[in-house]
Design a binder for this molecule. Structure first.
Ligand code: GRF
Length: 222
């Protein structure tokens, strides 16, 4: 679906809003040689986000675009979209981005935008960290987790690419559960981006198929 030009690394634009630990997982996976991709732009919509420092420390092209500096939501969206396009992104990764993007984005990057969400979708869709984890805990589920999915105009409703499950332990707080899930996000997201780099993510009848992936890899014991 998103194969880079022959021999070229996948060009990835990453959108963040806060901590940026998933961005860091991508940076680290590239540095470790586990992910054959280039992060060509990091776009953040909060000037004080710690993720901005991570991006700059890694020497990445980093842009801060704060909503209040633009006349409208559409203008803000467009400015961010232009950055991703000008950097020739093959894939857009929403890694803790806290706003819903306009359909202009999904039109510009059809099936080439992914999001990481801290629940086993379609359960606990909507809401940003830590609401999905808090809702899972409140619901008393015994298994929680995270999902990487294709971004469509249906918020948190696009085709699921991969999920990782974790147990919910009796003495869990929102924080302990969120941290257990986050560790799996950091494992899952670089892996999924690598699948895109390899060009092996296929959409068939509305579902994602990744040949050769064995489901047994997708849960953690604790
Ligand atoms: C993660 O829990 C992710 O699932 C959600 O927002 C959080 C971002 O964390 N969409 P970080 O900024 O990557 O540390």
């Amino acid at each position: 679906m998103s194969t880079p030009a022959q021999g070229a690394a996948l060009r990835v634009a990453v959108l963040i809003s806060g901590r940026g630990s998933n961005l860091q997982a991508l940076i680290d996976a590239i540095a470790d040689g586990q992910l054959a991709a280039d992060i060509v732009a990091v776009i953040c919509n909060h000037s004080d986000a710690p993720g901005v420092e991570r991006a700059e420390a890694a020497g990445l092209a980093t842009y801060v675009a704060v909503r209040r500096d633009f006349a409208s939501r559409a203008a803000h969206d467009e400015a961010m979209l232009r950055i991703a396009q000008e950097h020739g992104a093959d894939l857009v990764v929403l890694a803790g981005f806290d706003r819903i993007l306009s359909p202009a984005w999904t039109q510009a990057f059809p099936n080439r935008m992914i999001n990481v969400h801290p629940s086993l979708l379609p359960a606990f869709a909507g809401g940003i960290n830590p609401k999905p984890q808090a809702d899972a805990l409140a619901a008393g589920v015994k298994i929680a987790g995270c999902t990487v999915h294709i971004v469509t105009d249906d918020v948190d409703g696009g085709p699921i690419v991969a999920q990782a499950a974790v147990p919910v332990l009796p003495d869990d707080t929102v924080d302990t559960l969120a941290n257990r899930i986050l560790a799996q996000e950091h494992r899952l997201l670089p892996l999924v981006v690598q699948w895109f780099a390899e060009g092996c993510v296929r959409l068939e009848n509305g579902r994602i198929v990744v040949p050769g992936v064995v489901p047994a890899r997708w849960w953690s014991e604790v």
